[in-house]
Each structure stands twice: as structure tokens, then as C-alpha cells.
Ligand binder design. Structure first.
Ligand code: ADE
Length: 223
């Protein structure tokens, strides 16, 4: 899978992809993340990517031309399954959306800033909009990193134990059960006996019951 991220603040996206799972996914050739500086696609030497809003109003608006230049160049190189604008008023991101996107080959994530993008970008250049929650971030970069992370970790082979993505919270509509590690007792606080029993069927049953209990308590809306 290849993810192209278009932004006017590329440095914000340096660290999320240069560590841990996302770094290894790229080293293994399972995912490629390319960050594009929108300023490189600006039509003038000042590398301007935003301008005042027609009709007035506070805040700058991202211009269509640099965005169109960048997207057109990328589309000339390969076919994209989705061109996604990260926006607080987009479709809500959730595990099901991540699952669906993880099956795609090429994605573009466009990060907005300021008061947003010229509306014609939304009308003509993108295929969908995604929000990561009902709050406004200062830009789409962190949202793009969230989406890329949630999607890339689902690609087979990215996680060392392939089943571990399948046992994540939300994958089966339930929250994951609690987990413990050594020591088996700490300050008198004990790990549940069943987990130390080595009895696989009993452990599986315990995990399922805990998942159900947690979901009922914390997220009954999922049931
Ligand atoms: N850009 C600003 N806020 C955002 C949000 N909540 N989700 C996605 N992109 C955004």
C-alpha cells in the first residue's frame, strides 16, 4: 500500500512514520508513506499556498492551484483508490473505515489548515472527507497520521503476530479484555488465577467474558 500525504507543514509528519511499527512496515516494503510539501506545488516563487477569503471573514483559505497541481501530478503517476480530505466535518473515522481502507492500494490524504480549503477542492478534487472526532485540530496532519497508523497496522505482515490486529478492541464489536504481565503478584495485587492456569479453553472463555463485561460497562452502544 502507498499513502501520499499532502501538507503545507511536512515536518509535522516526520516522526510518526520514522519509528516503531510504521517504520518497520515501510522497511519491510509493506507500506510506503510519501509526504508532499504543498509549497513545492505553488505557482509562484513565494511558494504561497493560502490567500484571503472572497467576501471577507477571518482566516486564510488554502488555494486550489497548489493542491490541484500536486494531486494531478500524483494521479499522472498511478491510480488512486481514494483522495481523502481530512476535515472535522467529514465522515467519522472508525475501525470499520480503517479495515476498508487497509484493502486499498493507493491513497492520498490531504491535510487542511487555516479556515480550510477552497470549496472547489472539495467539490472537484477529492473522493471523500474523513474526521477523526468532533473537535477541531489546528490542521489535518495529526488526523492524517492517525488514519495512516490505524490503516497500516492492519496490512498483513505489519504486526509480528498477525492475529494481534484481529484481537484489537472494536474488531469484533467488543472492547479488548484486560492484559497482565510479570510479576504475577505486585504489592499484593494479583493477576487473575485463570491466566496462570495454562488452560487454553478456560482462558479464552475468561477473556470473552471480560470483553463482554467491559463493553457493557464502558461502551454499551457497541452491543
Ligand atoms: N482537521 C481539523 N480537525 C480535524 C478533525 N477532527 N478530523 C480530521 N481532520 C481535521
Amino acid at each position: 500500500m502507498r499513502i501520499d500525504i499532502i501538507t503545507c507543514l511536512p515536518r509535522l509528519l516526520e516522526s510518526p512514520f520514522s519509528d516503531s511499527i510504521l517504520k518497520r512496515a515501510q522497511q519491510k516494503g509493506l507500506a510506503t508513506v510519501v509526504v508532499h510539501d504543498l509549497r513545492d506545488h505553488a505557482p509562484n516563487k513565494h511558494r504561497t499556498t493560502d490567500d484571503y477569503a472572497f467576501g471577507g471573514g477571518a482566516g486564510m483559505v488554502m488555494m486550489i492551484e497548489p493542491i490541484d497541481n500536486c494531486i494531478s501530478q500524483l494521479k499522472g503517476e498511478r491510480t488512486y483508490d481514494e483522495i481523502i480530505y481530512m476535515s472535522p466535518d467529514g465522515d467519522m473515522f472508525a475501525q470499520a473505515v480503517a479495515n476498508a481502507l487497509s484493502l486499498k492500494e493507493n491513497l492520498i490524504l490531504l491535510c487542511g489548515h487555516y479556515k480550510g480549503v477552497d470549496e472547489r477542492v472539495r467539490e472537484h478534487l477529492i473522493t471523500r472527507e474523513i474526521s477523526i472526532g468532533n473537535y477541531v485540530l489546528s490542521g489535518g496532519e495529526l488526523a492524517a497520521a492517525v488514519v495512516a497508523d490505524a490503516v497500516i497496522r492492519l496490512i498483513p505482515g505489519v504486526l509480528s503476530d498477525e492475529t494481534s490486529a484481529l484481537t484489537d478492541s472494536f474488531q469484533d464489536g467488543l472492547i479488548a479484555p484486560p492484559v497482565y504481565t510479570r510479576p504475577a503478584e505486585y504489592k499484593g495485587w494479583k493477576v487473575p488465577e485463570v491466566l496462570l492456569s495454562g488452560h487454553e479453553a478456560k482462558i479464552a472463555q475468561w477473556k470473552y467474558e471480560k470483553s463482554l463485561e467491559r463493553t457493557q460497562k464502558r461502551r454499551p452502544d457497541l452491543l
